[in-house]
Design a protein around this ligand. Structure first.
Ligand code: FAD
Length: 504
């Protein structure tokens, strides 16, 4: 175990207690608290009154407006995203020192919230709401693109919050692509202007919003592409505009404009869906796992690839610290009439899980943000190894059903780690895959023992492991440990695909 593994495991444990939205929300609240302390000590350059006025006005306009629009558009009202939009706007709009600035803040907040409902395509908002609200007032000449959060004294707090958000979302590669592209362009143009490289980097990181925009805003799931390759292009594109020095009429290459251009790219490459699903039936597969079978109420087939996931929202009367949204892998193949989700339950359960457990046939849930890269290689001759940890079997059910439905045979070995043989889910699909596709299924049942999978077992079950592409799915800890085990066994990192079920 490396020196950072233990603290990292502790951080992950805490992060796993919360949904991604909660991590972002608490992070933004931390930054807000820091801003007030810094302003009281005179380090921020703004009075606490001007910050309080900005925050108060945003709260007063955004919350009721979001509530009213959610009723008008008949979607569940959610305080969490509203609060996130308010707090981001607070970090990027100029603090309020006059009536005019107050009116501009109200306008920006109203436009940000309205954009979520009015500027939509295929069931989702197109633009990062806070970036849109700011861009609207800047382009109209009513405000400056201030981004005061990108100041030297805020940097340690922004860096900490940004790191936690990136750790939670596992989107370091997106942030790194954005940061590398923008810093490279800033360096090239800055050196050409006769500035020193250290000055350029210092200015970009210490006195600019690169960290905040890249770690917290760029990674917003609703407005980024679904697939990893496109996400990297999206991050690079935002980086190019962010660092570019251009103006077309009233539009300049400000950070908010960079994000909005990225959002347009995401729209162009992402098939987005807002689904309304009716529960058809549920059945218990093991002592703590249930399979849920839903149907889209429009009856239309869903556009997704086997191995992808969706985000489900439940209108909870009262939620807990984990909120009312969860990501679940779509456990069915695109060809299946019904959409399956395999869900594991715990004691004590979150409020979301209690409500999900109590769903009865006929119940309606909303799902969106179909996403994910845990898809099979296009080359069907590639040898594969699937490693599932417990509920991590769900994407493999989707893949096996997809192959069964298409009658496509691939060389696959599935290692299925479970606590007991009663915990093996989707036995019917595994049996069919064994018989019809000649797939080797190896249950690895621990029965209370600690060591479940080791190098000896991998080499015994998969003597040709160096020829295989590995797909590993399960809890964060299971995926991280298995990845470490595979690389120490000699599997190349680029031959390992992972699906982290963060939240367990
Ligand atoms: C890409 C992806 C795919 C996923 N696919 C699936 C899938 O197919 N099936 C699936 O079941 N999950 C899946 N997940 C995980 C899922 O999104 C949830 O994070 C997970 O089910 C945990 O749910 P929960 O937060 O409701 O907690 P629970 O399942 O209720 O509990 C998990 C643990 O947290 C504890 N706990 C519960 N509530 C709280 C609280 N308020 N405060 C502190 N501790 C608490 C519980 O006691 C338990 O130990 C996936 C996640 C991702 C990111």
């Amino acid at each position: 175990m490396s020196i950072v593994s233990k603290p990292l495991a502790l951080i992950d444990e805490q992060l796993n207690r919360m949904t991604m939205y909660r991590v972002v929300l608490f992070g933004l609240l931390t930054l807000t608290a820091a801003s007030f302390i810094l302003s009281l000590s005179g380090m921020l350059g703004f009075t606490s009154i001007s910050l309080l006025a900005l925050l108060g006005l945003l709260g007063i306009i955004c919350t009721p407006l979001n509530y009213a629009l959610s009723k008008l558009f008949k979607v569940p009202f959610m305080m969490e995203p509203t609060a996130i939009t308010i707090l981001i706007l607070y970090m990027i709009l100029p603090p309020v020192t006059s009536v005019t600035e107050g009116l501009v803040a109200i306008l920006a907040g109203g436009i940000a919230i309205a954009s979520k409902y009015l500027i939509t395509a295929r069931g989702r908002h197109i633009f990062n709401p806070a970036a849109f609200g700011l861009a609207a007032v800047v382009i109209a000449g009513l405000s400056s693109s201030m981004w005061w959060v990108g100041s030297m004294y805020m940097l340690p707090f922004t860096a900490l919050v940004g790191l936690l958000v990136l750790r939670k979302t596992r989107r370091f590669s997106i942030f790194a692509t954005f940061a590398m592209v923008s810093l490279t362009i800033l360096l090239i143009t800055g050196i050409a202007d006769g500035r020193s490289p250290s000055d350029i980097i210092r200015l970009a990181i210490v006195s600019g919003p690169l960290l905040f925009a890249g770690a917290i805003m760029l990674t917003e799931p609703a407005t980024m592409p679904a697939n990893h390759r496109y996400r990297l292009i999206f991050a690079a594109l935002v980086g190019v505009v962010y660092a570019g020095h251009f103006s077309i009429g009233p539009v300049s290459s400000t950070p908010e404009v960079a994000l909005l251009i990225g959002n347009l790219f995401a729209l162009a490459v992402t098939p987005a869906n807002r689904l309304t699903l009716r529960l058809i039936k549920k059945h218990r597969m093991s002592h703590n796992v249930y399979d849920y079978e839903f149907q889209e109420i429009s009856g239309k087939p869903l556009a997704f690839k086997a191995g992808q996931y969706a985000e489900i929202t439940l209108p909870l009367a009262k939620s807990d610290s984990r909120g009312n949204r969860r990501t679940f892998t779509i456990a069915s193949a695109p060809s299946e009439k019904q959409v399956h989700f395999g869900v594991r339950f715990h004691q004590p359960s979150s409020r979301f899980k209690i409500a999900f457990h109590d769903l009865e046939p006929g119940a309606i849930v909303h799902a969106n943000h179909i996403n994910g890269d845990f898809v099979l290689p296009a080359d069907s001759t590639k040898k594969l190894a699937f490693i599932a940890g417990g509920i991590g079997i769900t994407p493999f059910r989707a893949h096996l059903m997809d192959l069964l439905d298409r009658g496509e045979k691939r060389d696959i070995v599935l290692l299925y780690i479970a606590s007991t043989s009663e915990d093996i889910s989707y036995k019917d699909v595994l049996d069919r895959a064994r018989n019809e596709l000649k797939i080797k299924v190896v249950p690895i049942v621990s029965n209370g023992n600690k060591t479940r999978l080791d190098t000896a077992r991998i080499t015994a079950e998969l003597p040709d492991y160096h020829e295989r592409v590995f797909y590993v799915s399960g809890s964060n800890a299971m995926v991280d440990n298995t990845t470490e085990l595979l690389t120490s066994t000699g599997v190349k990192r680029h031959h390992i695909r992972t699906d982290h079920f963060s939240g367990y």
